[in-house]
Ligand binder design. Structure first.
Ligand code: AMP
Ligand code: FES
Ligand code: ZN
Ligand code: ZN
Length: 328
């Protein structure tokens, strides 16, 4: 298969776009797609400081790379969860993230035919690392065992902790916006799950850009939401970004992965089905189909940490971690 633009050997064939591209042209196409999404969904501007949540995986590292190539003021944040058995998942993820930063590949601009970076003033990014066991005293599997008496997966404790740490750091360090690497496959699996259960409140809030609805919350954006997982993986490979291939050991066999498998079967039979499911949902949402389910919830400051919460007194994070004084 040949590149549509230059006749070189293609590295990817996107049946849903009827488009095959070589490595160089694919890299340019991918960056242009992200820039368009940032503008279309009014995610952020070049004057705003962006915090990218980086997990060491292909999506978040590719996202950080694209934002830096485009000249955005994008810093990174890695959350160490202390998940190191049966594989050293957290340690290896941090290593990949540090390696990405040390390599600095987004800086090569001009002269080498890179039309993306040639007009851009390079930004020197900073990586924040929050190590949960160090700051809060327990790893995610440990706090989960302590709170749930060994029942269930640690994913609920993990999700709550990540959301809290991300928002708090972004807000306290004065970032306008928090960007995550959720891709189309992630978004479609969540949409499918929410639709199966008709969770209308969740559907009303599922969007590429979630405005900061309350003092203490930051805007949340997902610039890769229209890119298939395969497309972000190809971008990482084309750019020579080393990333962690392993999934979190606790994710195996979860419902999200089961739904992803079903949706992949659908996509194989009907290329583009995932993309149109998602885009048509956004269109309906944009036309107000879910507006009636947008509840305005009363938020107030947690009595310990000051983060916005619906709970009276201590927020869910402070309760789970038994925080009784502010940890800086
Ligand atoms: P996941 O929930 O693992 O699919 O990850 C979704 C997104 O959350 C990733 O693309 C990252 O942007 C962010 N993320 C996940 N894990 C971490 C982590 N340990 N540290 C920072 N960001 C993370
Ligand atoms: Fe949090 Fe797997 S990444 S439990
Ligand atoms: Zn080409
Ligand atoms: Zn709190």
């Amino acid at each position: 298969m040949r590149c549509r633009k230059c006749d070189e050997r293609a590295v990817i064939n996107m049946r849903h776009h009827k488009l095959s591209l070589c490595g160089d042209h694919y890299g340019e196409w991918f960056v242009a797609q992200i820039e368009r999404a940032i503008e279309k969904y009014k995610m952020f501007t070049r004057d705003e400081r962006i915090l990218v949540a980086v997990s060491g995986g292909k999506d978040s590292l590719s996202l950080w790379d694209v934002l830096l190539r485009l000249g955005y003021q994008a810093d990174g944040m890695y959350i160490g969860l202390g998940i190191n058995t049966p594989i050293p998942y957290s340690d290896a993820s941090l290593e990949m993230t540090r390696k990405f930063l040390a390599r600095g590949g987004w800086r090569e601009s001009g002269g080498d035919g890179d039309s993306v970076t040639s007009n851009v003033t390079p930004y020197t990014p900073f990586l924040h690392v929050v190590d949960v066991p160090e700051v809060y005293g327990k790893s995610i599997p440990e706090i989960s065992r302590a709170k749930m008496r060994g029942q269930g997966r640690p994913c609920a404790a993990c999700g709550l902790t990540k959301r809290y740490v991300m928002n708090r750091l972004a807000h306290e360090r004065g970032y306008a916006v928090l960007a995550t690497g959720h891709n189309l496959d992630d978004e479609v699996a969540v949409l499918f799950q929410n639709t199966l259960r008709w969770q209308t409140g969740y559907l009303a809030r599922q969007a590429p850009t979630l405005p900061a609805s309350h003092e203490g919350l930051v805007r949340k954006v997902k610039p890769l939401c229209r890119m298939y997982e395969r497309e972000t993986a190809t971008y990482a490979v084309v750019r020579g970004i080393d990333y962690i291939y392993d999934e979190c050991p606790h994710a195996a066999g979860n419902q999200m992965n089961f739904h992803k498998t079903l949706l992949n079967q659908l996509e194989t039979e009907s290329p583009g089905a995932k993309l149109s499911f998602y885009l048509e949902f956004l269109r309906a949402r944009g036309e107000g189909a879910f507006d009636q389910f947008n509840e305005t919830v009363e938020l107030h400051a947690c009595e310990i940490c000051g983060q916005p919460t619906t709970a009276p007194g201590r927020c869910a994070f402070c309760r789970m971690w038994d925080v009784s004084a502010i940890v800086q």
